[in-house]
Design a protein around this ligand. Structure first.
Ligand code: SF4
Length: 209
């Protein structure tokens, strides 16, 4: 049942959000990696505002490894958690230089070894940076998938596993974007707009109270 159901849901969401995709602005896979790390608990708009200036001067792992930590904290203070993100970005840049010849690896398990990179970031890097199958689960994907009854999960890792089991690989990246767009616009965390929702008839509305 779930597979058929998910097909229909993705069809409807694709029609609703034909332009769904990442809104992060980047010029290389390394810049994308920095932007995705910065995007945790922040919005793409905030990240783009910060990186528009940041990437003018600092573009490569070498540039970031050479940056003074407090200077980097200052440069990214427009996003939340700037201290821990600055620390991770610096350590990430150093590791890329030392162990990956300054290149971002196009491999899920290698990406996970980088400081500040979790499963969501690694999935997004594969999908957006390397055009490979990846289905990152952030708070929107997790919430929307549970409410729609596509998964029954209390954590992002389980949601990722369950979604990957019912969505064909070639649709992983697209599904990630569609669920995020729907979660931001309609299936909002606090007050989902069920009456305006294109999925209303299909949705069991498993809404946590
Ligand atoms: S019907 Fe409500 S709970 Fe279901 S996807 Fe739409 S907004 Fe979310």
């Amino acid at each position: 049942m779930a597979v058929k159901h998910v097909d229909r849901i993705l069809e409807i969401l694709t029609a609703e959000y034909p332009d769904a995709g990442t809104m992060l602005v980047f010029g290389s896979t390394f810049e994308l990696l920095v932007a995705v790390v910065l995007s945790a608990q922040s919005t793409d708009v905030q990240v783009n505002r910060v990186t528009a200036e940041l990437f003018q001067k600092y573009k490569t792992p070498e540039d970031f490894a050479a940056l003074n930590l407090s200077k980097l904290e200052e440069l990214i203070k427009g996003v939340g958690l700037n201290k821990s993100k600055a620390k991770n970005i610096r350590a990430m840049a150093e590791k890329l230089i030392k162990e990956y010849n300054g290149q971002v690896p196009a491999d899920f398990n290698e990406l996970l070894k980088l400081p500040g990179v979790g499963r969501k970031t690694a999935n997004v890097m594969l999908a957006v940076g390397f055009n490979q199958p990846g289905l990152g689960v952030d708070t929107h994907v997790h919430r929307v998938a549970n409410r729609l009854g596509l998964v029954d999960s209390k954590n992002a890792d389980k949601t990722e596993k369950e979604l990957k089991a019912i969505i064909p690989q070639n649709l992983w990246s697209k599904s990630h974007n569609l669920f995020i767009w729907h979660g931001r616009r309609v299936c909002k965390a606090r007050k989902p707009l069920c009456q305006e929702c294109v999925l209303e008839e299909l949705c069991p509305k498993n809404i946590e109270r």
